[in-house]
Write a protein that binds this ligand. Sequence first.
Ligand code: PLP
Length: 357
Amino acid sequence: VYNFSAGPSTLPTAVLEKARDELLDWGGTGMSVMEMSHRSKAYVGIAEQAEADFRALLAVPADYKVLFLPGGATGQFAAIPMNLLRGKTKTCYVNTGIWSEKAIAEAKLYSEVLIAASSKDNQHTAIPARADWKLDAEAAYLHYTSNETIGGVEFHSVPDSEGLPLVCDMSSDILSRPVDVAQYALIYAGAQKNMGPAGIAIVVVREDVLGQTLPFTPSIFDYKKQAENGSMLNTPPTYNWYLLGLVLEWLKEQGGLAAIEALNTRKADKLYAAIDNSPFYSNPVDPACRSRMNVPFRIANTDLEKTFLAEAKAAGLVNLEGHRSVGGFRASIYNAMPEAGVDALVDFMAGFEKQHG
Ligand code: PLP
């Protein structure tokens, strides 16, 4: 089947096959990676290789720490103000959808949140023009969500933060394209869309913003302490870290981020063209900020939605339901979705329209 789930999402078949082959005996150790001590030489090698591959793929500069943490992206919603307020009381957030709103709600527990810009008035279908944003020079940082997984809205350039440390939730588009890490103070992402299975998040943070963590911060959410302990302040999610490493290895074999971006652009262009060229399907998002990862779409006659999903499933195209909060359909076409999967969906949509349009 082709699995269009938004997350946890499909993994490259080659990764699952390698994990299967190594399940009982990793590298002649006679042990599964799951059974290894996180302090063992074999496991530390696996963990360090994953970090090295991540750094190489994203060209992470030397003055940034790369942390592998439990708690998902949601854990970081809280950890970010705890670590980055640094004596300040205000933070700036851009609201482009449901995930921005969740990050904002959590930040409000620790700071006075100023909404620099919001697309709420247009139901999160267009990112407000940068010229209309209002930033506060006293804020500790500016936070935005590079890809709204539910709304299907993606930034295609890095916003100017007027000198404020820039923080970005890249959970659903990290590693889908090259990024200039140096423009950010902190980037974070849950793994379960483009990087691996759920249960682990990556935080990329510039060293100079660390070290002034709020005193009540739990140690496992203290980025400085985690950095000092190689992300092993406690027992990390070892198997997920290993699987994440296999995904990174696969990504390198695909030619890295420039190659995967070209493929992702082609896949997304095909799907949006199928939607735009048909009177039967629609997507509400401003073409300037449409997501290349999550493509929500609708049909005018909502009575047909159940039939669409059932017939798609019978054709091997699964998990096309829109998020429960918005309805309709959503095709998530992350790195691991082969182009053939998008072609199959486009063909199915045309056939369905012919039959029911
Ligand atoms: N941010 C974005 C953009 C997401 O899509 C998600 C989805 O899972 C999250 C944050 C929350 O991640 P987690 O479930 O890992 O906490």
